[in-house]
Write a protein that binds this ligand. Sequence first.
Ligand SMILES: [Zn+2]
Length: 280
Amino acid sequence: MFTLPQPFSSPNSGLTQIADEKKGLPIVHMAENSKILSSLLMAVYSPAITSMPSCLEDAFELLNAAQKFGMDDTTSLIRILLSHNDRTPLITPDNAVRAYGLAKFHSLAIEALLAARCTLHLPCSLEFYAPNLRILDGASIYELACYRARCRDAVLGCIEAARSGKLPSADKWLAPAPNVDGQSSTCKSLKEPGATPEVPTWWDQHLERLAEGVKEGTRHPSAKTVVNLVALQAALDKHVEDESCEYCRRVYVRREEKFCTMLEDEINDAIQKVQLDLPW
Ligand SMILES: [Zn+2]
């Protein structure tokens, strides 16, 4: 701390009047304000505290200070307190773009990635960026756009894997139901009759529509936006009604929820693996 560069003091600021020592003790001029330093010292001396800055700007400045001083344990503690207490999460879709810009400004890689993930629930348009253009430079906007494009590709990869029955737990969804006397043992309208696994056409077409929405940008690249149990149920109901397919009425109505959970998990895992291409 004593080796840190000191803030600039102009001859007229009055700061030069402050002695470098007071009563034999050294005076260190800090870049951080008293509120940030107070929170930092509280985190050091009272690890059980739960009161941390609720303001995005203060919280990120506190994290930045802890990182700057090499206080790894305190940095981890602050991150835990900011993300695992009972209040509203620090980074939300509503402030995600601002959080991304602030995290970039303070070189907070973890928070930048969390904020970038939160933007996946938002449209990518000028209106999306405009209120935060003062804190986002062109390079940051480009990095965020590239990240969203990689997430879009990851989501599309999951949907395509689902369409071809290649998701790891697809057998729970696509496995044929046991034969029951007098009842059809397969869907009346398979995508490729005789292929394994058996993929019903209505289900494949539903997933194809989801993929088109993601490609066109009408669906944001997030599990919450893509996976829609109600839409899947509507597609099944239409197929059962139009084609009188008793097999799908009997079998898939009990598998819809499981499939949605599986696809949501796969998409979330895929997005978790996408990283920001940060310059530091
Ligand atoms: Zn069917």
